[in-house]
Design a protein around this ligand. Structure first.
Ligand SMILES: [Zn+2]
Length: 316
């Protein structure tokens, strides 16, 4: 550690002459070995410059907390262009609450030409916790990035320029569902019974959603994966769809009350492929035809957040 600090100080001095950035020289050590963020490294630099305990340094370090007291709530789709001027010390915080099964997308870019640093990160806070942890630092490459949400938590985008820096940026954020509807031409309005509804006079809970559609409406695979079919029990003719190790959440998808299927056990299917037809087999014999669609990841999880419309970034 002492050696590291010595190196950091030395290199920071050299920076003036060599115009080599501090982060280039020590990025590997600080980020990969020690797990520091660029912002934490900058705070260390403030400390060595003797600025950390100055009013200026304190204000800079406290700016994120200050902005967090009144964060911008982004809703499901948001776009902004904003500017930091060199004579103010502030941070921008954009906050949203996401549910397991949703997909978050964003697009971030710098609009100024300066080489000042802008610290930009996506952070998460567990429900009931006060502590934010950084999930990823944001690239300024304008590419649309996405992330599957595997835990229902608070999320925030935090942006802060280094001291005395003028910076302009553009940020767009949207969230929505991560899966297509498993019934052809269906929408959320066709969901007639939701997760957690009582069943058998309250003896058990509904572990899925019921999507109502005409008998023989095609049902489709929501991911690339492998199917296993069955014909018995309360689900009647049913299909289990499982993705590979790399599929989001490692979840299993359950299609029940089918009129029939067009796949056989062990078959690989692709997202969007027709695998069967809506029916009312099993314990749905007396109800109108519908697909009972369940998602199991650990235990049963609510499919509705997965099935909300996919996120779309607002137009400029
Ligand atoms: Zn059901």
């Amino acid at each position: 550690m002492v050696l590291l600090i010595a190196l950091l100080i030395t290199r920071d001095d050299l920076r003036q002459d060599a115009s080599e950035t501090f982060e280039d020289a020590f990025g590997y050590l600080a980020y990969d070995v020690l797990g520091w963020s660029p912002r934490e490294l900058f705070i260390l630099r403030l400390r060595f410059a003797g600025l950390l305990d100055s009013p200026l340094g304190k204000q800079w370090v406290g700016a994120v907390e200050e902005a967090s007291k009144n964060p911008v709530q982004t809703g499901s789709a948001y776009r902004t262009v904003n500017e930091f001027s060199r004579d103010e010390i502030s941070a921008d915080v954009y906050q949203l609450t996401l549910e397991q099964g949703q997909k978050l997308i964003w697009q971030f870019s710098r609009l100024d030409e300066a080489d000042n640093r802008l610290f930009a990160s996506l952070e998460r806070r567990e429900k009931g916790s006060q502590n934010w942890t950084t999930i990823t630092d944001l690239d300024t490459d304008k590419a649309i990035k996405s992330r599957f949400i595997s835990q229902s938590d608070d999320y925030r985008f935090v942006l802060q320029p280094e001291l005395f820096a003028s910076v302009e940026y553009s940020l767009a954020i949207a969230h929505g569902g991560s899966l297509p509807m498993p019934v052809e031409s269906a929408s959320r309005r066709d969901i007639g019974s939701v997760f957690g509804d009582p069943r058998d006079g309250g003896a058990r809970e509904h572990h899925g959603v019921d999507i109502f559609a005409d008998k023989r409406t095609p049902v489709t695979a929501v991911i690339d994966g492998q199917v296993r079919t069955g014909t018995g029990g309360i689900g009647g003719k049913h299909i289990w769809l499982t993705g590979g190790l790399l599929s989001p959440y490692g979840a299993r998808y359950y299609y029940a009350h089918l009129d029939g299927f067009v796949v056989s056990s062990g078959e690989d299917v692709q997202k969007g492929e027709i695998i069967g037809y809506v029916g009312n087999t099993g314990n749905a014999r007396t109800t109108p035809p519908h697909l009972h669609f369940g998602i199991y990841s650990g235990g049963p999880v609510d499919p509705e957040p997965f099935l909300t419309p996919e996120p779309v970034l607002p137009a400029r």
